[in-house]
Write a protein that binds this ligand. Structure first.
Ligand code: HEC
Ligand code: HEC
Length: 266
């Protein structure tokens, strides 16, 4: 009885071990690793993982991913050197199982061979006025994303974006720069948010686009969210006054009269 049970458990474990493919590896990588690593996109907080399966024994990489701290504790020379190269930032224990680590390594193998890149270290330069302008235009959908992704404004709003405020499906984004800091651009490039993963999986923003949208959000992040319901009647009213004034047929006296009538109603 016990034997049968343990044999079943063993079979299940085997099935689980072989059941994760490179696609599962990609989802896992995006969720747990991409904030610190790229595959072929350059060094971030941690090393570029392209070719890691050829520069280290596979067993080493498999075990390291599951318990990086233990390698440092036991004085593994490779791990200590990596730690030094990473300015003493330790890779956290992420609770990755052997099957998951294997799926991630399969993905790394695949991308190393095909030369495809996953993740980027982002763009690190001060944004120019043109970056902000393009970022705003892409956020609002006046400028298309190269990959064909939908405008952010269809689900989000941010101060000053769009005439009618923007979508309500996603949160208002004025607080996002404070929350994500300098990682906002890479967060936008590889969003892990459930509602955005599917929409952007095959239509990811380029690092440049993500940088520009993030720069735009940083620029509006400090302003309080406008009350559209109040702002637009005011803008409309000022516009109305402007056109009345420009009409030129109104004397100053009469203009004041119109104003007196309109003000209490606004
Ligand atoms: C918070 C940042 C961070 C996260 C998240 C992270 N790592 Fe790391 N990783 C590092 C750092 C830093 C190093 C360098 C070694 C050290 O300092 O511990 C490293 C080293 C590695 C190495 C060794 C690289 C080499 O050249 O030998 C592998 C493999 C690795 N990470 C895989 C992963 C995988 C897979 C995940 C996701 C399951 C992951 N890491 C998540 C920061 C991170
Ligand atoms: C299809 C709708 C949709 C589109 C399009 C979309 N988002 Fe989102 N986004 C969401 C939702 C919904 C959330 C909230 C998390 C969740 O439920 O997945 C979110 C979350 C976020 C967050 C995290 C906010 C926080 O407070 O943590 C950021 C940042 C973000 N989106 C930026 C963007 C940017 C930039 C774009 C355009 C490139 C974009 N989103 C396009 C739906 C969308």
């Amino acid at each position: 009885m016990l034997r049968t049970f343990s044999r079943t458990a063993w079979c299940l474990a085997l099935a689980a071990g072989t059941g994760l493919a490179a696609q599962d590896g990609e989802a896992l990588f995006r969720k747990s690793c991409m904030s610190c690593h790229t595959i072929g996109g350059g060094v971030k907080t941690g090393p570029d993982l392209k070719g890691v399966t050829t520069r280290r024994p596979r067993e080493w990489a498999l075990a390291f991913i599951q318990a990086p701290g233990s390698f440092i504790d036991k004085g593994d020379p490779v791990a200590l050197q990596l730690l030094k190269d990473a300015n003493n930032v330790k890779m956290p224990e992420l609770g990755i199982t052997a099957a998951e680590a294997d799926a991630i390594l399969k993905l790394i193998d695949e991308l190393t061979k095909s030369g495809k890149v996953l993740g980027s270290k982002g763009i690190d330069r001060p944004p120019t006025p043109l970056d902000l302008q393009k970022g705003k235009a892409m956020f609002e959908g006046r400028l298309r994303f190269a990959g064909g992704g939908p405008a952010c404004l269809s689900c989000h709003s941010a101060s000053g974006s769009g005439t009618f405020g923007g979508g309500r499906l996603g949160p208002q984004l004025n607080a996002a720069p404070g929350k994500y800091g300098k990682n906002l651009a890479t967060t936008i490039e590889n969003p892990a948010f459930p509602s955005m993963v599917n929409v952007f999986a095959k239509k990811a923003l380029t690092p440049e686009e993500a940088f520009q949208v993030a720069a735009y959000l940083h620029s509006v992040g400090t302003q309080p969210p406008p009350r559209k319901d109040i702002v637009f009647p005011i803008v409309g009213f000022v516009g109305l006054l402007g056109s009345l004034a420009l009409g030129g047929h109104l004397g100053r006296k009469r203009f004041r009269g119109v104003r007196k009538n309109l003000v209490p109603k606004a």
